[in-house]
Design a protein around this ligand. Structure first.
Ligand SMILES: Cc1cc2nc3c(=O)[nH]c(=O)nc-3n(C[C@H](O)[C@H](O)[C@H](O)COP(=O)(O)OP(=O)(O)OC[C@H]3O[C@@H](n4cnc5c(N)ncnc54)[C@H](O)[C@@H]3O)c2cc1C
Length: 613
């Protein structure tokens, strides 16, 4: 939480945001109180479900019914009653209008406690917000309000057995009925929280094609399909012919029921149009974009939890002598945190976790600032950051989280591989984040194919301009100037590469950008993380100078001061993260850019037969 508060207040200026008219009810004291309550709820209510919901009490499908883990029921009810589900919803929808920045910090605590649990309220919130934005007033009354309160839950139904990445290929169909509703027929698979017993009603936003509408994404509409039809008085009526085929047996997030749903097997499934006909993708994108940031957060949350455990273990596990005592058989074994390779691994994890937190909180801050922007220019600037950083957050944080959770297991040695400790579960639970909400390749394609040139390249230039501005300031600080130089070199190489991408685009030579999209996204992620870490280090440097003065000490006594003063230790740690990242990750950016510029096409040119080993 110390680093959460740093990212919120010290780095991204939450207090300035709270001073705005829209958020004036949330003082720093109120925000701190909300965070403290979130931590308490995460630790006391959600965390106890982490192991049980995975190992002894996962979601199950039995005799045609789906059951969420039994241990989820009480925390789910309390979560809704405490108003966590609807905290970001506007007051007129029963919410509290909490800024996204603050919400995301709370959600980090909840997700780190058990991501499978938060998927149920998370999807409900996303579906409710979509209905609140695009629904007719009676749809908002009928559905969204009862979802924000947690009485009913929600899902997002895109994927079909034959249409995963290629959403435009969906087969689910909708037939207009005389009363203005639609008869829905089709099968959706992999639907998170698709069926369960936490709520008696589940509202499914379903992508389907109205009979006669064109093929591809342009012909897709979206429908509200409740599990039970509603009587005229709003009470639950007969089942709506939405039948669960089964739920998946998965590698991780076993507490989340991932269902196959058959709509209209008996020709009796009724849906209501949400928004306009053939605008389903546009409407669903509201939920998808939020879900993508949520998935980036999932990466951060589990990576952070894995790091915290690894750090604790490294301080406790006694094994082997210090490297200095290698030839001295009589020297005592020490805690493994004393071994250079463990320290390197820990610092790699720490730097990435902090950088990812900072990036995600920055995006959340941009969402808040876009809402309160005083000028169109400012609104556009914020929207530009959000557009370009959303696919980076989703894919970078999930890919790096898999690496971080793997390193976490390594630090535990054999124990990390065993289920006695939570480390293997973190890796299993986080892996899905690279796949759902659009695979990481799809995020990379979005970045390369759409976001680089979006708004005539102004979004990218805005981001690069911001980073260049930060570099110029950091170069003036002696201690951070070498690190700033590494960032500058990496940024220049990446800037040059984006020009090459533009040239390839102009000459319609898409092979290299498409082939290297994932590499490029990770390069961009490293640049953003490097920027955020260095920016944080600049702030930490100022705070340290003040703290040293207060303590009447100087840099020479830094290590001793860190032992007794938690703030000094924290700020020194921020500088260490930035310097380490700058010296060990950023210099690889230039080499990776060069690899892409070499324009090697071997993977696409070799014969398919030659892939056999
Ligand atoms: C646990 C879980 C929960 C999920 N929750 C939901 C949910 O709530 N709602 C929902 O609608 N869906 C959900 N999904 C589905 C998920 O979004 C899809 O699995 C994902 O979009 C990929 O689709 P697919 O599995 O069909 O893979 P495919 O589309 O078959 O892709 C297989 C591989 O091929 C690659 N690929 C595909 N097309 C291309 C291309 N043109 N160029 C290069 N590479 C390509 C992909 O990147 C991937 O690596 C969930 C999935 C899981 C496993």
């Amino acid at each position: 939480m110390r680093d959460q508060k740093f990212a919120l207040y010290e780095q991204h200026g939450l207090e300035t945001l709270l001073a705005s008219d829209r958020y004036k009810e949330f003082s720093r004291e109120v925000a701190d109180m909300i965070l403290a309550e979130a931590e308490k709820f995460a630790v006391e209510e959600i965390l106890p479900t982490y192991e049980a919901g995975d190992k002894h009490d996962p979601a199950v499908f039995r005799d045609g019914k789906t059951y969420a883990p039994k241990c989820f029921h009480t925390p789910y009810r309390k979560y809704c009653e405490a108003g966590w589900l609807s905290s970001v919803a506007p007051p007129e929808m029963g919410g509290q209008g909490v800024p996204i920045s603050l919400y995301i910090a709370c959600s980090e605590l909840f997700g780190a406690a058990n991501y499978a649990f938060v998927m149920y309220p998370g999807l409900t919130l996303g579906a409710a917000a979509m209905i609140a934005t695009y629904g007719a007033p009676e749809q908002i009354d009928k559905y969204a309000l009862r979802m924000f309160s947690g009485e009913w839950s929600g899902t997002m139904c895109l994927t079909e057995p034959g249409a995963g990445t290629d959403v435009g290929n969906i087969r689910t169909s909708a037939r207009r009925l005389p009363d203005g509703t639609y008869s829905i027929t089709g099968t959706k698979c992999f639907i998170s929280a698709g069926d369960h017993d936490l709520t008696e009603q589940i509202i499914h936003p379903v992508l389907a094609r109205i009979e006669g509408d064109p093929q591809g994404t342009k012909g897709i509409s979206i429908f509200i399909v409740p599990k039970y039809r509603l009587n005229a008085d709003g009470s639950l009526g007969e089942p709506n012919d939405v039948v669960t085929g089964n739920i998946e047996h998965k590698m991780g997030i076993k507490g989340s029921a991932t269902a196959t749903l058959n709509f209209g097997e008996n020709g009796n499934c009724i849906g209501e149009l949400l928004g306009q006909e053939r605008e389903g993708i546009k409407v669903m994108f509201l939920m998808m974009n939020e879900a993508r940031l949520g998935t980036g957060m999932q990466g951060l949350e589990l990576a952070s939890a894995s790091y915290e455990h690894a750090l604790q273990y490294a301080k406790e596990r006694i094994q082997s002598r210090r490297i200095e005592d290698w030839s001295n058989q009589a020297a005592p074994p020490v805690a493994i945190i004393n071994h250079p390779d463990i320290r390197r691994s820990l610092l790699w994890m720490k730097a990435h976790v902090e950088g990812m937190r900072s990036m995600n909180y920055f995006i959340a801050g941009c969402i808040d600032r876009e809402r309160i922007a005083a000028t169109e220019e400012e609104r556009e600037r914020m929207a530009g950051f959000i557009e370009i950083l959303t696919p980076i957050s989703k894919a970078y944080c999930s890919d790096r989280a898999v690496e971080i959770c793997t390193l976490g297991i390594d630090i535990f040695g054999g124990y990390g591989y065993c289920s006695e400790y939570p480390m293997e579960q973190y890796l299993r639970d986080v892996k899905i984040a690279t796949i759902y909400e659009g695979t990481n390749y799809i995020q990379a394609l979005d970045l390369v194919g759409r976001k680089l040139g979006q708004n005539k390249g102004r979004n990218l230039m805005g981001l690069f301009g911001e980073i260049s501005g930060a570099i110029a300031k950091l170069k003036l600080r002696d201690e951070l100037s070498p690190a700033a130089a590494h960032l500058e070199e990496a940024l220049t190489a990446t800037g040059n590469l984006t020009m090459r991408f533009a040239q390839w685009g102009k000459s319609m030579d898409y092979v290299i950008p498409v082939l290297n999209a994932r590499l490029f996204l990770m390069i961009m992620g490293d640049i953003v993380i490097g920027w955020k870490l260095l920016e944080a280090a600049g702030i930490a440097r100022e705070r340290l100078d003040d703290l040293y003065t207060e303590a009447g000490a100087d840099e020479a006594k830094a290590a001793a001061l860190a032992r007794d003063n938690a703030d000094i230790a924290f700020y020194q740690g921020k500088i260490a993260s930035a310097k380490y990242f700058a010296a060990n990750v950023l210099p690889t950016v230039g080499a990776r850019c060069k690899c892409i510029e070499l324009a090697d096409k071997t993977p696409v040119e070799m014969a398919e037969e030659s892939f056999s080993a």
